[in-house]
Each structure stands twice: as structure tokens, then as C-alpha cells.
Design a binder for this molecule. Structure first.
Ligand SMILES: *[C@@H]1O[C@H](CO)[C@@H](O)[C@H](O)[C@H]1NC(C)=O
Ligand SMILES: *[C@@H]1O[C@H](CO)[C@@H](O)[C@H](O)[C@H]1NC(C)=O
Ligand SMILES: *[C@@H]1O[C@H](CO)[C@@H](O)[C@H](O)[C@H]1NC(C)=O
Ligand SMILES: *[C@@H]1O[C@H](CO)[C@@H](O)[C@H](O)[C@H]1NC(C)=O
Ligand SMILES: *[C@@H]1O[C@H](CO)[C@@H](O)[C@H](O)[C@H]1NC(C)=O
Ligand SMILES: *[C@@H]1O[C@H](CO)[C@@H](O)[C@H](O)[C@H]1NC(C)=O
Ligand SMILES: *[C@@H]1O[C@H](CO)[C@@H](O)[C@H](O)[C@H]1NC(C)=O
Length: 403
């Protein structure tokens, strides 16, 4: 059983799309029953989902809608009787998140063109900070590397952990609507957050280290970036490696503050649907409440921090999903006619690293590979796929040579 610690509530604006709410141009014909939710709450596992059940404000279990393609553990989408608020539980990690959200956005039972997607879950937190960069990396066991490597994670098509990747998948960096994030933070800031004596006792252990000052403070609402990882990682060196990766891949604009296992998958599925005018990517909010620290305080070992101590953060993190989240959901519903139906126009780049929805990424152009468009424009080196095929062939040849 893993233990958790709570410190802050994090709202992410991962690093990227064109500011084009696409609802007016919606051309997809929807058959049968169509629910047009104003807010879709996205949770990853049961405790996050249950935070929204049995509450005074609304009954999201009033309608259960079975969709093909959802997790076997959570085969139904839940909605209020009027369909204004719905909830999906994706199942944990990227495969579950990508599959479940793809099934949802492609379903003809929902019109999601004006829907606000509200990712509301718990996360690990960086005690130094209290986007969403996700990472595509070579992974080595550090014991197999020479002494001058600081980590076993090395970006694709590079030889040094500190280099910008030479190859991208397109799902590395997503930027969300910052103006919407700020509105959501203002709503969340009105909540009286939960805290407990256990959580306070554990976080106090960070106070002696100046760089961990944020960790020692009581829960608050923080705007920063979330990293997605395939594995649940823990410990100072891996956390620092992902912190470095976030900085490098966003040309210094991303501030890694939390870690989770789903957000890039969820964002990619919503973004692909946005490309087909079935969702509006500028209406996505990611809120993660901190359940545990990604690295230990002074005097506690890495393994103690993850496996044996009680960080005390899990229960307040779950409580705070509701306490802060309800302010965001009700804020959107109450301001629907005046503000949210029309949408909050982003003033930053929103979208992915490939600028799939148009616009120009604003986190620097740290690489030649920053967008497919740039790559394609740069003949004669050829397009991304050709470069990748060449890299793969070279890699295979090198491996065969060693064998
Ligand atoms: C919907 O499902 C939940 C359990 O997931 C159940 O508690 C609730 O009663 C169901 N609602 C309806 C209307 O059947
Ligand atoms: C999300 O990021 C992980 C970690 O780098 C990557 O392996 C995965 O392909 C990404 N998943 C999606 C669906 O974009
Ligand atoms: C490690 O040292 C080798 C040999 O000097 C060098 O080729 C390589 O680039 C270094 N790698 C890193 C990550 O510093
Ligand atoms: C936090 O939640 C716990 C468990 O529900 C409760 O006992 C405690 O009083 C709450 N504390 C605050 C400060 O809200
Ligand atoms: C992170 O980057 C810093 C500064 O470049 C470097 O000193 C440190 O070794 C890196 N950490 C890891 C785990 O790679
Ligand atoms: C989406 O809307 C845009 C803007 O009206 C339009 O140019 C585009 O063709 C539409 N795409 C699809 C797949 O319907
Ligand atoms: C990184 O961002 C800075 C501005 O902050 C810009 O001058 C620089 O060109 C960017 N680097 C790359 C490689 O795009």
C-alpha cells in the first residue's frame, strides 16, 4: 500500500492550439440520443470519481450511459438528469486514458463541441514548486551507463540527457488555454481547502531545505505544469530528470510541478477530436491535487518516502478534488450564458507540438522538429518519417554490430 502526502492544488497549463473555438463550424452529424454537457469531469480511478458522488450540488449518477470502448472497470459515463454535467472514469495510466477518452469523443451519444473538459485527479508533487510535458525517451538502467551520465533517460536520437530530442512523436508537449486556466484558478481559490495534522507533520520535514520552502506551506492553488510518465516514478534523481526534461523540451517555459500517468493521452484524444471539430481544445482544464511528494524530505530515504512512511496526503487530496473542483464546475454553470457558452478566447498558443490545430508553439522553437510543417519545409533532409526511418535503421545496425 502506497502512502501519500498532500501539499497543494495544481492547475496545469501544459505547454499548446490555434484559438479557434470550432463549435460554429460543427459539421458532424450525431445520431440518436444526444447529450450536450457543459462540463465533463474526467477522473482516473474510483476515489477521484467518488469525490463527486452524494454531494449537495448535483447528482451525477442520475443517468448512466454505457459506451463501447470504456474501461471494463468503469463501463458507464455518468450524467446529471439534465445532462449539464457528466463524468467519465478512464482507468489509470495512458492506455486507459487514451482509449476511454477516444471512445467518448467519438461517441454519437454526446455533442461535445461546447463542453468544458475538467481533468480532476490527484498527482505526485515536486516539493520545489509546489504543463504538460510528456516524454519520449530512451531508457537505460543507470548501472549500464558510464559515470558521466546523470540519468538513464536520454531523449530520442540524442546522446546526452540534456539535449533537445532529435525525434518527436507529437505527444510530448501540450499547451492549454491559459486565460481559462486563470479563470479556473480564481474559482478554485475561493475554496477552503482540506488539510490534516498528518499531512502538516510530513510536509514540515521539508522546511529545513530552502529549495523546498513551497513544500512546507499549507495547501494552496498553484498554476504550473504536469508531466506524464509511463511509469509511476519516485525519488530525487528521477524527479530531477523529469524536471530537467520539462525545462529542456519547453525551452525553459515549462515548470514541472506534478507528475501523473494520463494527461498527455487524454489531451491527445481531445485534440484529435478538436481537429475534426468534435471538441473545442481551448476548453480543457487540468486540475491535479497533490497526494504525495515525488522525492523525500531531508532525513528520509527514497524508499521510505514512497513505500513506508505515511505522507498523510491522500485523503486531503481526494477531498480537495471536490472542494476546489466544485467551485470550478459551478463557476462555469453559473457563468454559462454570460461567458462560458461563447468560450474564453485564449491569448496563448494552445495545442500540441505538431501545431495540429494551427498557430505557432510559443515555447520556443528548440528544435528543427518542432512541427511537421517545419520539418516538411526543410528539404532535402526529408520529412520526419524518413528521418525516423533512417534513425531506426542506424540504431538497428549499431545494435547488430554489437551483438
Ligand atoms: C448509476 O450507477 C451508480 C453506480 O456506478 C449507481 O449508484 C446509480 O444508482 C446508477 N444510477 C441509475 C440511475 O441507475
Ligand atoms: C504520453 O507520454 C508517454 C511518456 O513519454 C509516451 O510514452 C506516450 O506515448 C504518450 N502517450 C500518448 C497517448 O500520447
Ligand atoms: C561521457 O563521456 C564520453 C567520453 O568522453 C563522451 O563521449 C560523452 O558525450 C559523455 N556523455 C555525457 C552524457 O556527458
Ligand atoms: C479534512 O478532512 C478530514 C476528513 O474528512 C476532516 O476530519 C478534517 O476535519 C478536515 N479538515 C479541514 C481543515 O477541513
Ligand atoms: C538536471 O540538470 C542539472 C543542470 O543542468 C544537472 O546538474 C543535473 O545533474 C540534472 N539532473 C539529472 C538527474 O539529470
Ligand atoms: C472544422 O472547421 C474548420 C473551420 O470552419 C473547417 O475549415 C474545417 O474544414 C472543419 N473540419 C472538419 C473535419 O469538419
Ligand atoms: C528559446 O527561447 C528564447 C526566448 O526565451 C529564444 O530566444 C530562443 O531562440 C529559443 N531557443 C530555441 C532553440 O528556439
Amino acid at each position: 500500500m502506497r502512502s501519500f502526502h498532500f501539499s497543494s492544488l495544481l492547475l496545469a497549463a501544459a505547454s499548446i492550439v490555434s484559438a479557434t473555438p470550432s463549435a460554429e463550424h460543427h459539421e458532424v452529424s450525431k445520431r440518436g440520443m444526444t447529450i450536450a454537457p457543459k462540463v465533463f469531469i474526467i477522473d482516473m480511478f474510483e476515489p477521484e470519481g467518488a469525490a463527486w458522488w452524494g454531494i449537495d450540488e448535483f447528482d451525477v449518477l442520475a443517468q448512466n450511459i454505457t459506451l463501447p470502448g470504456l474501461s471494463p472497470l468503469f463501463p458507464e459515463v455518468h450524467c446529471t438528469a439534465d445532462g449539464d454535467i457528466c463524468q467519465i472514469i478512464t482507468g489509470e495510466s495512458e492506455i486507459n486514458a487514451a482509449s476511454s477518452i477516444s471512445a467518448l469523443v467519438l461517441s454519437d451519444k454526446f455533442d461535445l463541441t461546447k463542453t468544458y473538459f475538467f481533468v480532476a485527479g490527484i498527482a505526485g508533487v515536486n516539493p520545489e514548486v509546489a504543463t504538460t510535458g510528456s516524454v519520449t525517451l530512451y531508457e537505460f538502467d543507470i548501472r549500464d551507463l558510464p559515470d558521466n551520465f546523470t540519468t538513464g533517460y536520454i531523449p530520442f536520437s540524442t546522446e546526452n540527457p540534456a539535449d533537445y530530442p532529435g525525434d518527436i512523436y507529437g505527444t510530448e508537449v501540450f499547451e492549454l488555454n491559459l486565460a481559462l486556466r486563470d479563470v479556473a484558478m480564481a474559482f478554485a481559490s475561493t475554496a477552503a481547502l482540506n488539510d490534516t495534522a498528518d499531512a502538516a507533520a510530513y510536509r514540515a520535514k521539508y522546511a529545513s531545505e530552502a529549495i523546498y520552502a513551497a513544500a512546507a506551506k499549507p495547501p494552496s492553488v498553484v498554476g504550473c505544469d504536469v508531466a506524464t510518465s509511463d511509469v509511476y516514478y519516485s525519488g530525487t534523481l528521477l524527479s530531477e530528470a523529469f524536471e530537467n526534461t520539462t525545462r529542456i523540451w519547453t525551452n525553459g517555459s515549462g515548470v514541472y510541478c506534478s507528475t501523473a500517468q494520463e494527461d498527455n493521452a487524454t489531451l491527445e484524444a481531445i485534440l484529435r477530436a478538436a481537429k475534426a471539430n468534435m471538441t473545442d481544445y481551448s476548453r480543457v482544464i487540468v486540475m491535479r491535487t497533490s497526494s504525495d511528494f515525488d522525492r523525500p524530505p531531508p532525513g528520509i530515504s527514497e524508499i521510505q518516502n514512497l513505500l513506508y512512511v505515511d505522507q498523510g496526503g491522500f485523503s486531503p487530496a481526494i477531498e480537495n478534488i471536490y472542494l476546489a473542483g466544485i467551485k470550478v464546475v459551478m463557476g462555469i454553470l453559473e457563468g454559462w450564458d454570460s461567458t462560458f457558452a461563447a468560450g474564453i478566447v485564449p491569448n496563448n498558443y494552445v495545442g500540441d507540438i505538431f501545431d495540429t490545430l494551427g498557430g505557432t508553439p510559443d515555447y520556443g522553437l528548440p528544435s528543427y522538429f518542432i512541427s511537421k510543417r517545419d520539418v516538411e519545409a526543410r528539404a532535402p533532409e526529408g520529412n520526419l518519417r524518413m528521418r525516423r526511418a533512417q534513425h531506426s535503421a542506424e540504431r538497428r545496425a549499431a545494435i547488430m554490430n554489437e551483438v
